[in-house]
Design a protein around this ligand. Structure first.
Ligand SMILES: [Zn+2]
Length: 428
């Protein structure tokens, strides 16, 4: 509608917006010294006046509880970030300046963990697959054309990501050939994937392909990933329906994931299970009922942490004591890691977090979560160049930083971590 306004009308409107916005901005963000404590207090006061989640506000504190368990084994630290879902501007920058230009400043933080995990949303293929012949764009970035990126994206990501989730609603944007191409590309890089598989005629209830195992510090850690649904995209030449049997054999649905976790837990040769459900209500800061239900069911089935995503925003974290007494954690959503998404409020879609989850094993060799911290990230946009970086390192990211603290920090058991503190961790 902007083009219908007169210049005068537009200018008057802008001035009015500034007049309305300015006092709020000064009140919240005028601190000269922008420290963790200050920003926590700012987020706290903002939250008290504009409550998004009705949880009781608790000061940050340590996750670990004192109990009879003695965690004397070497811990394993897992890092996990938001979704990678790339819009046109991110794709264009990646193609012209290299995909590394989007996230190179965050790479050291992923490396300061034992295992790093990312949800790769979309398809990686350099061929025209499952597409009408008259449509000649291989790489596309929106529905209904589908999200299909150059395989180079995965070449770059795999330099700091150990395990990719490929289970998400955009996994079938290029049909079955797209799923196969994404998996083949990840395998070629040497990283691992979980959540989708190339179906074989003889796959009958074999859960081997529904998880992948990483060994660190002599611990075998299984990752599984699932999706709540897949997008119905008739253009790919195969009408994708969530409950189609071919689809269900190719991508793990979250309603089946609980059984998969139970099966892995019963094996006896796995030391911890990480489950990544891709589901929830897009652009919501509050976890949906189904998200909460699935996360708790996955943990009760044997997982030690759930790492959710899909909603393009950060959501709170929660600690959860399972029915068998394990201390576990739920990470509902970590936002958009990178990708240039502009929602109704860019602050919300540019804010994300890199979570660090410490696992330790007690005397009975049972895995618990002993600590969860997070590094608030921000997709800074300067002169049309996008770059993801720790939010505390850029004065242009103050609102994003406060937002992440407001949503994640309020839950009390997790606290933000400073960039230098992340880097002091020595991976096993
Ligand atoms: Zn999604």
């Amino acid at each position: 509608m902007l083009h219908r306004r007169t210049t005068f009308g537009l200018a008057t409107g802008m001035i009015m917006i500034l007049v309305v916005m300015r006092p709020v901005y000064i009140e919240i963000y005028s601190a000269e010294e922008y420290t963790i404590t200050d920003s926590w207090q700012m987020a706290k006061s903002e939250l008290e006046s504009h409550s998004i989640v009705e949880n009781e506000l608790i000061e940050p504190s340590e996750f670990q509880e004192t109990d009879e368990d003695n965690f004397n084994a070497t811990p394993v630290r897992i890092s996990a970030c938001g979704d990678l879902l790339m819009m046109k501007r991110a794709l264009d920058q990646g193609i012209s300046k290299g995909f590394r230009s989007l996230w190179k400043k965050t790479v050291p933080y992923f490396k300061a963990s034992d295992i790093s995990f990312l949800q790769f949303e979309g398809v990686a293929s350099d061929r025209l697959v499952s597409w009408p012949p008259n449509f000649n764009m291989v790489h596309t970035t929106s529905t209904p054309k589908g999200f299909n990126y150059p395989t180079k994206v995965l070449d770059d990501l795999s330099k700091f990501v150990d395990v990719f989730s490929t289970a998400n609603n955009h996994a079938f944007d290029r049909g079955f050939p797209g799923v196969a191409s994404t998996i083949a590309t990840i395998k070629k890089t040497g990283s691992l994937h979980t959540g989708t598989r190339v179906i074989k005629a003889n796959v009958t209830g074999n859960y081997m392909d529904w998880y992948t195992v990483v060994t660190r510090n002599d611990r075998r850690i299984a990752f599984i990933a699932c999706t709540g649904f897949v997008n119905n995209n008739p253009i790919v030449g195969y009408r994708v329906k969530t409950n189609d049997s071919r689809i269900r054999r190719s991508i793990l649905h979250c309603d089946s994931a609980v059984h998969v976790v139970e099966t892995i837990a019963a094996r006896g040769d796995i030391d911890a299970i990480i489950a990544a459900p891709h589901m929830g209500t897009e652009f919501s800061s509050v976890p949906a009922e189904k998200q909460i239900e699935i996360a708790k069911a996955l943990l009760d089935a044997g997982a030690v942490v759930t790492i959710g995503n899909h909603v393009h925003m950060v959501q709170p974290m929660e600690k959860y004591k399972t029915k068998d007494g394990r201390l576990t954690a739920i990470i509902y959503a970590l936002g958009n890691f990178a990708g240039g998404m502009i929602g109704t409020d860019p602050v919300l879609t540019k804010s994300s977090a890199l979570a660090f989850i410490d696992l330790a094993w007690n005397n009975k060799n049972v895995a618990h979560v002993t600590n969860v911290k997070y590094l608030p990230l921000c997709e800074a946009r300067d002169n049309f160049i996008m770059e993801v970086l720790p939010a505390i390192q850029s004065t242009t990211c103050r609102r994003e930083y406060a937002h992440v603290l407001k949503i994640i920090g309020q839950t009390g058991f997790v606290e933000p971590i400073l960039p230098e503190e992340v880097l002091s961790y020595q991976p096993n």
